[in-house]
Structure formats: C-alpha cells, structure tokens
Design a protein around this ligand. Structure first.
Ligand code: UD1
Ligand code: UDP
Length: 441
C-alpha cells in the first residue's frame, strides 16, 4: 500500500501533521517487526506487544498514546501482511523559513521525499507548474492514494493531477463552503471535492454541503478536523517548552505567559483583504482604532500582507502605533500560546477561526462570510466585515460573554463556553482507518 501526502502551505503542514505522525509510526512498527523477525522473534501474532504500540491497548489507565494507531486500525491494515509505504511531496507553495521549515522542525516531521520547488506565482502559472512537476512524481511513484488537505492551489493541482491518472484522491477537510465564488479558495474546494474519491468532511454540515451538490454519499465520511488533533497535541508540547524558558529569555514567552497576557491577537492574509488598497486601508484604520481605544494588539504578519502594506504605504500606520506589536510570522508552538493566552482573536484565517473555537478564545472574523459557520453557531466567532461599528459591536458582544481567564481552557470536546464542533482530536486516526479499509477491499 503506497500513500502519498501532498502539502504546500503553512496550514497544510500543520493539519497534515497528525496523519503523517501516524504513518511514521506504522513505518516504525514495520521496521521493528522486520528486525525482530531477523533476530528470530515473531511479533506478528500480537502487534500490540511491539514497542511502537506499547501502552496503547494494554495500558492500564486506558489512556491512548498520541500518534499510535489503535490495534483495530492496525488490524484493518493487516499490518503483518501489508507493506505500507508513504511519501511526502511538498509543492513549496510556501518556502520562507517561517512559513515552511519551522513547522517541519517543530512538529518533528520527516523530510519530504520530493520538493517540487514551485514557489509563488499567478494562479494559473502556480497551479500549472505544480501539475507538471507532480505528474512526473506520480508516474514514478505510482501511489494508491494521494492525500490533499484544505483549499489551496496545491490542493487543486494535486486533485486534478492524481484523479486524471486514476489515482485515488483523499480530500481532508472536504465540504467547506463560503458560497462566495470570488474567493480562490472556494473554487479550489469545489473542484477538489468533485473529483476526489474520499471526502473527509469535518462536520455534518460539510457533509450536507457535498450532498447538496450531488456528490455520492458513499464517498463522504464525517471525521472531525485534524486541527483538533494538532492543537491538543501541540499545546501540551508548547506549554512544556515555555515552562523551560526563563521569561526574560524570549519576547514571546513574556507575551504569551498567562500572568502577563493582556492583548488581542491579529492575523490577516486573505487576498480579498490585502490586494485592494481601499479594503486594506479600511481594515488598517479599524485596527488602529481598536488599538487606541481597546487593547494592545499583537500582529504576526503574513508575507503577503507585509508586501502589500509596504506597496500601499500603510505599514507606518501600524509601526508608529505604540499599542500595536508587529512581529514576523511565528512557529506553531509560539502561535498556539499566543492564541491561547489572548483575550480576543481578530482574523481572516480559516485555521485560526477553528483554533480559537477549540481553545475557548473569542474570535472576530474580518470577512463578509465564513466557510466555518459552525464556529458562529456555537458562539465562538462573529463575522464583523469591514464596518468599524460592527467591529465594536462584535467585540462588546463576544467579550460580554464574561469569558473569565482560565488557565486550562483547552478540553478535548468542548471548550468552557461553547461546544467544539470539530471533533475530539481523533480525526487523523479515523481518516486512516477509513482509507485503509477501503483500499484493502
Ligand atoms: C495561500 C492560500 C490560502 C491560504 C494561505 C495560508 C491559495 C490560492 N491561497 O495564500 O488559501 O490561506 O496560503 O497561509 O492557495 N510569500 C512569501 N513567502 C512564502 C509564501 C508566500 O514571501 O513562503 C509571499 C509571496 O510574495 C507570494 C505571496 O506571499 O506572492 C502570496 O503567496 P501565495 O502562496 O500565492 O498565497 P497565500 O496568500 O500564502
Ligand atoms: N499560524 C502559525 N504562525 C503564525 C500564524 C498562523 O503557526 O504566525 C498557524 C495557525 O496556528 C493555524 C495556521 O497557521 O494553524 C493557519 O494558517 P493561515 O492563517 O496561514 O491559513 P488558513 O488557515 O487561512 O488557510
């Protein structure tokens, strides 16, 4: 069984990481089995006795170890008789150190077998170049399935190329819809969903969107979102990391330490928000007003936004404001802490809307719509658009929920103030179980 995992951007690396960690573990298990066989031991009758799987099923506390597949999933895979191989293919749509390599390092991910080195470009050029390069790799590797995640140009290139070659496409995070076809992400999602073989939908609502478009129900599986797996696993690691740092050692540890935390966190990068002067200038004006009247703002700037702020001569408005702290994009561990300890998150990011909901931090979304309406329904998120009065109303409404600071807000299935609609953190395992069992038949 050969599995290819395609990724290209920051959120894809983060959301694929729980799947990759499981696959890595299967490889480890098979290595151990092979070595033991060579040494004269046969572990094949009970895979749960091997090192990689110990503590999992037989654990007295019944606590499941992160990244280790359950015996049931390993049985489905028939690990004793199936050689499982997986490869990672990176389009390099994101390539700056702090948009790419930092996540491989922090998330302890193996090196990609292929880096297509596509980089930035206009939509057609970028997507087309990805397809040309990816096709060569798929011809060479002949995987049984290609995993893609989300709604980027990398996803579209992957889904088109693989499906035309008769390779199964597993679309992780299928079925999201903003119903706004001016967004490149919406076009990518729709096209990828219609040519994928496994539609791994995070929620029932996402499944319903797919059914409404006439997609065969047998291809759709509601599995939660791997962002819950990633958030829960990595927040633990991030908290340990910060405990080991002297607070004076690191600006971020100061900012993100619970006792000092008194800031709003901002991210902004969507093309519809950054690529038009009037829109971006309107947003910057609102941000400056919020900083002047409500709270200090910490803003890790996406490279796209940095470029546009400079081009439109808007950067100085932020730089000159003592209540706005501009920083470069940060790694996942630091960002999770920044999110977890912030009073409020302002964002146009998809993943950040989800993480805010999972972490129990109120969120205002700087857009006119969202493909994550579940967050609005549970009350963790308000869509505020571009009118400053709406921002202020949203802010008062969501902070008026009396969200007292709580040092341990992150619980698997529900944050303190609302239910988390994206699952309990076992999405990656569900995905592999489904795909393994279908491919084996
Ligand atoms: C892409 C996705 C978007 C996703 C986002 C995650 C598409 C159409 N858009 O947007 O859905 O939310 O990734 O962050 O796929 N740049 C760098 N270094 C990098 C990457 C980009 O400097 O490592 C700059 C370049 O100037 C580039 C610009 O950012 O032109 C935009 O990059 P691009 O990959 O086209 O889109 P994103 O805005 O990152
Ligand atoms: N993120 C990060 N560092 C940052 C900003 C964001 O690690 O400085 C993470 C964040 O935790 C989330 C993901 O990046 O998991 C979201 O990516 P982005 O906002 O770029 O894309 P989107 O989710 O909108 O596609």
């Amino acid at each position: 069984l050969k599995i290819a995992v395609l990724l290209g951007t920051r959120p894809e690396i983060i959301k694929m990481s729980p799947i990759i960690r499981y696959l890595e573990n299967v490889n480890e298990l098979q290595r151990i089995k092979k070595l033991s066989k060579m040494a004269g031991y046969d572990l094949s009758s009970d895979s749960s006795k091997s090192n990689a799987n110990e503590n999992n099923e037989n654990n007295e506390n019944n606590e499941k170890k992160d990244n280790v597949l359950s015996k049931n999933t390993l049985d489905i895979l028939d690990i004793d008789n199936t050689r499982v191989e997986y490869i990672i293919i990176h389009t390099n749509q994101h390539y700056s150190q702090n948009m790419d390599k930092i996540f491989f390092d922090e998330l302890n991910l193996p090196k990609c077998k292929y880096n297509l080195k596509i980089g930035s470009g206009r939509h057609g050029e970028q997507t087309g170049n990805m397809m040309i390069a990816l096709e060569k790799v798929l011809v060479e590797e002949e995987p049984d399935v290609l995993f893609v995640q989300g709604d980027t140009n990398t996803v579209l290139a992957g889904a088109i190329t693989a499906s035309k070659m008769g390779i199964n496409v597993a679309h992780v995070e299928a079925g999201l819809r903003s119903f706004d076809r001016t967004m490149p992400e919406e076009l990518n999602r729709i096209m990828a969903d219609h040519i994928s073989d496994f539609l791994l939908a995070p929620t029932n609502l996402a499944k319903q969107n797919l059914l409404n478009e006439g997609i065969d129900e047998n291809k759709i599986f509601v599995v939660g979102n791997t962002i819950v797996d990633a958030t829960l696993q990595n927040l633990k690691i991030a908290k340990k990391k910060i405990e080991n740092l002297e607070s004076s050692e690191n600006m971020l540890s100061n900012l993100a330490s619970e006792k000092n935390a008194d800031y709003f966190l901002l991210t902004l990068h969507r093309a519809e928000n950054t690529d038009y002067f009037d829109r971006l200038s309107n947003i910057i004006e609102n941000i400056v007003n919020i900083a002047d009247n409500y709270s200090k703002i910490v803003f890790p700037i996406h490279p796209r936004t940095f470029k546009k702020l400079k081009e439109y001569d808007l950067l100085s408005k932020l730089e000159n404001n003592p209540n706005i702290q501009l920083i470069e994009p940060v790694g996942y561990l630091d960002f999770l802490l920044l999110e977890n300890n912030s009073k409020l998150i302002l964002t146009d990011s998809g993943g950040v809307q989800e993480e805010a909901c999972i972490l129990g931090v109120p969120c205002l979304t700087i857009r006119q719509n969202t493909e994550r309406p579940e967050t609005v329904d549970v009350g963790s998120n308000i869509i505020v658009g571009y009118d400053y009065d709406n921002w202020v109303n949203g802010l008062n409404k969501i902070l008026g929920l009396d969200l007292e600071k709580d040092t341990d807000r992150c619980t698997p299935c529900s944050a303190k103030k609302w239910d988390n609609p994206f699952g309990c953190g076992n999405s990656a395992e569900k995905i592999l179980e489904i795909v393994f069992s279908k491919l084996k038949n």
